[in-house]
Design a protein around this ligand. Structure first.
Ligand SMILES: C[S@@+](CC[C@H](N)C(=O)[O-])C[C@H]1O[C@@H](n2cnc3c(N)ncnc32)[C@H](O)[C@@H]1O
Length: 210
């Protein structure tokens, strides 16, 4: 998917409302994802009051989880529709309209920059060349970002069904080694990974430390 397409996708009110409905449900996937995020967060030494950027904040599910843990959360998203949903769902956070590739914050503004379900919408060049360096720029200490691992049963199933249906696929996977080299190249000193389910699920988290 081209940069502009992924960014504009949720500006469409119908799509934004569908996404909110899907992500506010208590599904197996949402529980699995929350378990993964909490597992990764338990390895951070962040105190209540730490400044966290949730980008893209979508309909606000992670902004809520993060404010519930006492963090001082700013949510950022390109879609005004999604921002409206998010501020209803996570009233304890503040929200700004922003492009994740060009964040309107000074260097080191946040203790943690959290980026869930964004990277897989963009090609490796945009992610490694621009997005990861930008997330690291506005972070003082950590970035926690999800991405799709290339080797998984679910990813294979998705690619096969898009081949059979003839529909162009709009999700990109990225090898962990590329995340490591982009991060180290942008000044990070360590990267660790949290798989959702190695070889089964494609979603992984990368914890990037500055
Ligand atoms: C799949 S949703 C994920 C939202 C949220 N992180 C979650 O997991 O529920 C993708 C979101 O990314 C936003 N988005 C896409 N491209 C963006 C960009 N370049 N800058 C900021 N937000 C963007 C969309 O508006 C949408 O809200």
């Amino acid at each position: 998917m081209r940069l502009r397409d992924a960014k504009e996708k949720y500006v469409n009110p119908e799509r934004a409302s569908k996404y909110r409905a899907r992500n506010s449900e208590d599904t197996r996937r949402s529980r699995r994802e929350a378990g993964l995020v909490l597992r990764a967060l338990s390895t951070f030494d962040l105190l209540p009051g730490a400044k966290v950027l949730d980008v893209p904040s979508g309909a606000g599910r992670w902004s809520k989880l993060l404010t519930d843990r006492g963090f001082d959360v700013v949510g950022a998203d390109y879609s005004l529709e999604m921002l409206e949903y998010a501020s209803e769902f996570a009233p304890g956070a503040s929200f700004v309209r922003a492009d994740g590739f060009r964040l309107p914050f000074a260097e080191g503004s946040f203790d943690l920059v959290f980026c869930f379900r964004m990277i897989h919408h963009f090609e490796a060049q945009a992610v490694c060349g621009t997005l990861i360096p930008e997330l690291l720029r506005v972070s003082k200490r950590f970035v926690l970002a999800s991405f799709f691992h290339p080797l998984s049963m679910h990813g294979l199933k998705r690619r096969l069904s898009s081949m059979i249906s003839g529909k162009a696929h709009s999700r990109f996977s990225l090898p962990p080694s590329e995340i490591v080299s982009a991060s180290l190249g942008a000044g990070a000193r360590n990267v660790t990974f949290f798989p959702e389910g190695r070889f089964l699920h494609e979603l992984w988290l990368a914890k990037i430390e500055k």
